[in-house]
Design a protein. Structure first.
Length: 271
């Protein structure tokens, strides 16, 4: 292993064991929680409180970044439909405040109509690139079905200023690979902004452009978020080889973090 990669791995390992930053995972309603998770808690009030804090935190971050306007918030919360059906990985700082979050939405492959967020993007409505995007997404969905894996969308990525530029950004992104592995494997995609180099970080981890018939879906300007965006695909079993050990470390760590369901049913589902 190259020296620089070794130093980066050591830094992530310190973060994984550091008491100053703690992870928690919110489960969606009535989710099947794999029994690989060792600390499953059914706590309706705790789940709702953290869920609300997450949406408020994300709203504050996006508002300060200029990605949204104050009128886009609901009582200070950044609310999107996908939140209600998704897993949410949270990182708390040394003061117990949410300092980062990411959304992991696993779609029901039995549904005849997948309600994918990617089809609500600006590029999906483009006469030139919309059809290419739809065909590229169809290819990824077909791959997931053929391999009997989950198809997921990852989004809602937000980090507080004091943890940007640390290994936390990398850990949150790599956690998508680790979660996918813990949940049986996943084919996924993410709509990522070029703001704060988010899309380049995801590419560094192994994310790739969506493609159809050898044509890549290009970056595009999103008028809602007023920035350049990219739609990237990833496969949970195939991160950048440089980060394989990182993904394994994070996967091991995630098995021991609190997984909070919104009802006591979560405890039965995990057993």
């Amino acid at each position: 292993m190259q020296l620089s990669a070794r130093k980066e791995l050591d830094a992530v390992q310190r973060r994984l064991t550091s008491p100053s930053r703690r992870l928690a995972l919110l489960a969606p309603p009535n989710a099947h929680i794999p029994n690989v998770f060792r600390d499953v808690r059914g706590d309706r009030d705790g789940h709702r409180a953290l869920f609300a804090q997450m949406q408020r935190f994300r709203g504050q971050v996006y508002l300060k970044d200029g990605a949204i306007k104050k009128t886009d918030l609901i009582d200070g919360h950044h609310v999107v439909e996908a939140d209600d059906y998704s897993w949410h990985l949270l990182v708390h700082d040394e003061n117990g405040m949410i300092a980062g979050c990411i959304r992991y939405q696993a779609h029901d492959m039995r549904s005849l109509f997948l309600r994918l967020s990617v089809f609500s993007t600006a590029i999906a409505a483009c006469p030139q690139w919309g059809p290419v995007l739809k065909q590229a997404v169809h290819s990824e969905v077909t791959l997931a079905k053929n391999l009997d894996l989950s198809f997921v969308e990852v989004g809602g990525w937000a980090l507080a200023e004091h943890v940007r530029g640390t290994s936390e950004a990398l850990r949150m992104g790599l956690a998508a690979y680790s979660l996918g592995q813990l949940m049986g494997g996943a084919v996924g995609m993410s709509t990522a902004t070029r703001r704060h180099c988010s899309s380049s970080i995801l590419r560094r981890m192994g994310g790739q452009s969506l493609e159809h018939a050898g044509t890549s879906v290009p970056a595009y300007y999103d008028p809602q978020y007023e920035c350049e965006m990219e739609i990237l695909r990833f496969h949970s079993w195939n991160p950048n080889p440089r980060y394989m050990l990182w993904v394994e470390e994070i996967r091991q760590s995630l098995q021991h973090i609190p997984v909070i369901g919104d009802t006591a049913w979560a405890l039965a589902a995990a057993g």
